[in-house]
Ligand binder design. Structure first.
Ligand SMILES: Nc1nc2c(ncn2[C@@H]2O[C@H](COP(=O)(O)OP(=O)(O)OP(=O)(O)O)[C@@H](O)[C@H]2O)c(=O)[nH]1
Ligand SMILES: [Mg+2]
Length: 360
C-alpha cells in the first residue's frame, strides 16, 4: 500500500512537506508511482529539486528528499492551493492518506498545528512516548496508587489544554467600563473601537494575542446597562452566551460601579481616574493607559483563578499529558480496578489506536 501524509499544517507556509511512504508497497509499485510523477526513487539522504512532469495544473517544482528506502518527502511551495492539488494528484496515483493510529502518531499529527512553545513541547513529549511510559506503568501499581496517578494525569491534562490554547477570556462589565480599551492594551493593538459614548461595542469581537506564555482569545462585547433598545439587548445576549463557553470572565468595575456577578472575576478598571486613592487601594485594579502593567496584572489574575503554573510546561524531559477530549474521555472512563493483564490490554489498545476512544 502507498501512503501519503501531509506533515505540515494545513495552512499557508513557505513550503509544505508531504510524506510518501511505500514501505508497505511492492518495490515495483513504488517505482511506477514515482515514475508517473517524473521521478526516480530518491536515494536515502539525498535532496534534489525537480519539476513534476505529470501535466498537473498547479504543481510546479518540489524538493524531493529521500529518507529511507521507499520513504520520501516532497516539499512543494506552501500555498494551500498548490498543496491541495499535489495531494489530489498523489491520490490519483494510488497514494492513500495515512491515518494516525498510535498515541505517538496522534501527538505528532496534533503537533503540526500546535501554537506556542509550550503546546509544541507537550505534544513532542507525547510523540516521544511520555504518555505511553506513564500508562504502561499503571498495571504494576496497586489500584489506589493507579487512581492517584490518574488524578495527576487529568490535572496535567487541564494545564496542558490551557497551554495548547487558546484560553478564552471574556471581558465584560458595564458600558464604558473600559472593556475595549483593556482588550486593546492586552492585545497590544487597536483591535476594538473605543469611545466615551456608552454602548460603543455591540457585537462580539474576538482577538487572539499572547499573554506571557499563554495564547489567549480575548472576547469583547456589549456593555451592561438597562436598555429597551433591541439591538443592544441582542448584543448583551451574545455576551451572556459567550460567558458559557469561555474559560474565564473578567468583569470590569470602573469607579462607582456596583459589584460583579458571583461567577465572574471582579477587576477594577480606569484606575488612574480614581483620585485620593489610599496607598495600596489600587491592588487588583487595572488602567488601560499602562498596557505593560495591565498585562502583568491580568496574567497574574488568570494564573491564580485558572490554577495555572507561571511556567506552563517544563522545557526538558516533560511529563506525560493527554491533550484532547477523546483522550480525556478515555482516561476518565478507564476501569483501573481490573487485573493487571486486563488493564494492560485496555491501555495498549488505546495507545495503539485499536480501541474506539478516538474522535474522528
Ligand atoms: N483615563 C482612562 N480612560 C479610560 C481607561 N479605559 C478606558 N478609558 C476611556 O473610557 C471610555 C470608554 O472606553 P471603552 O474602552 O470604549 O469602554 P467599553 O467598556 O468598551 O465601552 P462600551 O463598548 O461602550 O461598553 C473611552 O473614552 C476610553 O478612552 C483607563 O484606564 N483610563
Ligand atoms: Mg467597548
Amino acid at each position: 500500500m502507498l501512503k501519503l501524509r501531509l506533515a505540515t499544517a494545513r495552512a499557508r507556509g513557505a513550503v509544505a512537506v508531504v510524506e510518501l511512504d511505500g514501505r508497505m508497497a511492492r518495490a515495483a509499485e513504488w517505482r511506477q508511482a514515482l515514475a508517473r510523477l517524473g521521478l526516480a526513487p530518491p536515494e536515502p539522504g539525498s535532496a534534489v529539486l525537480r519539476r513534476l512532469d505529470c501535466g498537473a495544473g498547479l504543481v510546479d517544482e518540489v524538493l524531493v528528499v529521500g529518507r529511507e528506502p521507499r520513504l520520501a518527502e516532497l516539499h512543494p511551495a506552501g500555498a494551500p492551493p498548490m498543496v491541495e492539488s499535489l495531494l489530489l494528484l498523489l491520490e490519483t496515483l494510488g497514494f492513500q492518506h495515512a491515518r494516525a493510529a498510535s498515541c505517538e502518531e496522534r501527538a505528532e499529527e496534533a503537533l503540526v498545528a500546535a501554537e506556542g512553545l509550550a503546546g509544541a513541547r507537550i505534544l513532542l513529549d507525547q510523540a516521544q512516548g511520555a504518555l505511553r511510559a506513564e500508562l504502561l506503568a499503571w498495571p504494576a501499581l496497586a489500584p489506589d496508587v493507579r487512581e492517584l496517578r490518574r488524578a495527576a494525569l487529568l490535572e496535567r491534562a487541564r494545564v496542558a489544554r490551557m497551554a495548547l490554547g487558546p484560553i478564552v477570556v471574556l471581558v465584560a462589565g458595564p458600558v464604558n467600563a473600559g472593556k475595549s480599551s483593556l482588550v486593546n492594551a492586552l492585545a497590544g493593538r487597536s483591535a476594538m473601537l473605543v469611545s466615551d459614548q456608552p454602548g460603543t461595542t455591540r457585537d462580539l469581537v474576538r482577538t487572539r494575542a499572547r499573554l506571557g506564555p499563554w495564547e489567549v482569545e480575548w472576547i469583547d462585547g456589549a456593555g451592561w446597562r438597562e436598555t429597551n433598545a433591541e439591538l443592544e439587548r441582542e448584543g448583551q445576549r451574545r455576551v451572556a452566551q459567550a460567558a458559557l463557553e469561555c474559560h474565564a470572565r473578567l468583569w470590569l468595575l470602573p469607579h462607582g460601579a456596583g459589584s460583579a456577578p458571583a461567577d465572574a472575576i471582579a477587576l477594577r478598571s480606569r484606575m488612574d481616574e480614581v483620585a485620593d486613592r489610599p496607598p495600596g487601594e489600587d491592588e487588583g485594579g487595572v488602567c488601560a493607559l499602562d498596557p505593560a502593567e495591565a498585562r502583568v496584572r491580568v496574567r497574574a489574575i488568570l494564573e491564580r483563578e485558572l490554577r495555572l503554573p507561571a511556567e506552563p510546561w517544563p522545557l526538558a524531559g516533560g511529563p506525560s499529558a493527554l491533550w484532547d477530549e477523546a483522550g480525556l474521555a478515555w482516561c476518565r472512563g478507564l476501569d483501573t480496578t481490573v487485573e493487571p493483564e486486563a488493564l494492560e490490554a485496555s491501555v495498549r489498545g488505546w495507545l495503539d489506536g485499536a480501541s474506539d476512544g478516538r474522535a474522528h
